[in-house]
Design a protein around this ligand. Structure first.
Ligand code: 9MR
Length: 635
């Protein structure tokens, strides 16, 4: 197969990223600055003149400025006499920050030799008034040096009483803090590189998973709009534990006497759904029925944790009401939302192709299932699809979704189940989560699974793609890029059966597996080798048959005319970034490419076509001039 094999070096060298980061000197004194611009420091504390605005979280802590351990200057803050691990210095932010905005906290902290970790955390009251704590990042600290914190934080809209604080795993250890700053996150200009959605236009939708905090980051949202606007999944907020509202369910029961009618609350997902609705971004619902992130009270008499488990018959009624209410709430509250897909059942089969063990969300075994406990087996799956078929909005396709989908016994169990559901007209597709690692599974095992799933005739979606690597060196990231490229080759092979490829996140630092860098973009929003690898070798669409191309419909100058049994090369002269049109970006990419090109000996046919703009059989400056002339003529 002939691919356009761009050397990543060319593209990487050709694009520059500009950080619009306003350099504001950190004041020697503590100061809240008013009307801070994008990227500006809002607050800084170097503890040279006192303990500043930090207060104690607990009741026993003592605060002093110390010379014992200092990161810079003469003093640092020492918080001693802590009596719980969560005790430590906190800073109230509520009068200074806005919700729905991203901030950056930087600080240096240390502790004592007998402590293991230091954690930066947030506290706030959510829109319903519930106090929420969230750990932003934990770092190992044995007190021998200063640990640097540099984290993006944000608070959900509607929240109040926001704090940022530091805690330490050992209650007895002192916490030392120095050089603390809080800034508005700078908006970063995106690299001028091809949009994934355009590269795969005509193949399948390219999407990602986001969280409410993603909305707060202007730069993340620019990445979403540019690369991933084909499909959005909410990483958590459409799961049963977020949408099932126990209080409203109990109130409804009290009011109506109906003790099997779970009530729905979409407040956690509302902001993202509204965004997708306003911006016409298709949404994958994730997920209706799952053993995990589903509260036990849903399965209990009287909808309380203390009740007995209900019967299968009762649970069928509850399941129907739950799905009906959920779909109705979505349709009523988001009438213009393009809810094009829903994971009706998630992760019901074990790797051995058997149902999960009977259990509960509170049991020791987090892999066990309350659905199996109540139904006795996996028969709940068919009921779920029946109800979803009945109540899902028109155009919403129904999927079964699972991980380790390439383990042969599991693949077979899913295929068998899906085939039966298909015969009954209940299912539209299979979701392959695809949480992969560079060393497992092999690309051929993944391809075999794709082949088996495609053979069912159902649609396939890659729903949660990420690829971890334990080797985070440059070489490790190159290996990861190669694996991504091979997996995408397999996915492209089955493109006729695949309607969407969804990454499980955008930048590595926001991933659920952040330490093993599984995504396509770095924390600073630059593209990783893995990104370049998957845009590198995208074969032309419709190239499987012997065809002759002509140049008639092209707005650009001469394309190739070729007859071949290989896929046709549809490269366009001068279209260096391969986005199907000639533009200024191609000019600068061509210039950079020519500057870094040592020899033309290794150029592929497609590269020749793209670079030899004036068709004189040579690649050089005259081609640059020809491209410039073409662009000027167009203007
Ligand atoms: O990405 C999700 C993470 O933030 C949650 O902590 C976790 C809790 O269950 O769920 C993650 O998403 C999972 C998805 O819903 C189903 N497939 C596996 C994903 C990763 O755990």
């Amino acid at each position: 197969m002939k691919h356009i094999q761009w050397n990543r070096r060319f593209l990487a060298a050709a694009v520059g990223m500009t950080m619009f980061c306003t350099a504001v000197p950190v004041s020697l004194f503590t100061a809240w600055t008013a009307d801070a611009a994008d990227g500006a420091v809002l607050y800084s504390a170097d503890f040279e003149n006192g303990t500043n605005d930090f207060t104690a979280r607990g009741t026993t802590e003592t605060f002093e400025i110390t010379t014992e351990k200092v990161h810079s200057g003469s003093y640092a803050l020492k918080v001693n006499d802590r009596s719980s691990s969560w005790n430590g210095p906190q800073l109230a932010l509520d009068s200074t920050i806005s919700t729905g905005t991203e901030y950056v906290v930087t600080a240096y902290a240390t502790t004592e030799w007998y402590c293991n970790s230091l954690t930066l955390s947030l506290q706030y009251d959510d829109a319903s008034g519930n106090t929420t704590y969230s750990n932003v990042v934990s770092q190992t600290s044995d007190g021998s040096g200063w640990v640097e914190f540099n984290s993006k934080i944000s608070f959900p809209s509607g929240s109040t009483n926001q704090y940022v604080y530091f805690e330490c795993s050992d209650a007895g250890a002192a916490i030392y803090l120095d050089d603390f700053t809080l800034s508005e996150a700078p908006e970063v200009e995106l690299e001028d590189i091809p949009a994934l959605s355009e590269v795969y236009d005509g193949y399948f939708k390219i999407g990602t998973a986001i969280a409410p905090s993603t909305l707060a980051s202007k730069t993340q949202m620019k990445l979403v709009q540019k690369h991933f606007s084909g499909s959005i999944t909410l990483g958590n907020e459409m799961k049963p534990d977020y949408v099932l509202d126990q209080e409203a369910t109990l109130a409804y029961m009290e009011q109506t006497g109906d003790d099997n009618n779970p009530q729905i609350n979409l407040s956690a997902c509302a902001e993202i759904l509204q965004y997708c609705s306003d911006n016409n971004i298709p949404v994958r619902g994730h997920t209706l029925i799952w053993h995990s992130q589903t509260p036990d009270w849903f399965f209990k008499e009287g909808f309380t944790d203390e009740g007995d488990w209900v019967s299968k018959e009762t649970m069928i009624v509850r399941m129907e009401n739950y799905i009906k209410n959920y779909m109705e709430a979505l349709e009523t509250q988001f009438p213009n939302l393009n809810l094009y897909a829903f994971d009706v059942v998630n992760e019901a089969w074990t790797d051995n192709g058997t149902p999960r063990e009977a259990g509960s969300s509170k049991s020791e075994d987090p892999n066990s299932s309350a659905w199996v406990r109540v139904f006795g087996d996996n028969s709940f799956i068919e009921y779920a699809f029946q109800f979803a078929r009945e109540y899902a909005p028109e155009g919403c396709k129904l999927y079964y979704n699972d991980f380790n989908e390439y383990m042969p016994t599991k693949t077979n169990a899913i295929v068998e189940m899906a085939t039966e559901l298909k015969e009954k007209g209940l299912i539209d597709g299979i979701g392959l989560q695809s949480h992969l690692d560079v060393s497992f599974p092999s690309v051929s095992a993944y391809r075999t699974a794709l082949e088996k799933f495609a053979a069912t005739g159902l649609d396939i979606q890659i729903t949660e793609l990420d690829v971890t690597t334990s080797d985070t060196s440059e070489a490790g990231l190159e290996k990861q890029a190669q694996y991504y490229s091979d997996i995408f080759d397999a996915i492209v092979e089955y493109k006729d059966s695949i309607s969407a490829v969804v990454l499980w996140g955008i930048t590595d630092d926001g991933s659920w597996r952040a330490d093993r860098l599984p995504l396509l973009f770095n924390g600073d929003y630059t593209a990783k080798p893995a990104y370049y690898a998957i845009i590198d070798d995208v074969p032309p669409l419709g190239g499987e048959t012997t065809t002759t191309t002509t140049t008639e419909e092209s707005t650009a100058p001469a394309e190739t005319t070729t007859t071949t049994t290989e896929p046709i090369i549809t490269a366009i002269r001068g279209d260096v970034n391969q986005n199907g049109k000639l533009e200024g970006a191609d000019l600068s990419l061509m210039r950079q490419t020519l500057l870094t090109l040592d020899t033309t000996a290794d150029l592929s046919d497609a590269e020749w076509i793209v670079l030899d703009m004036n068709q004189d059989g040579m690649v050089g400056t005259p081609d640059l001039v020809a491209l410039l002339q073409f662009l000027l003529g167009q203007a």
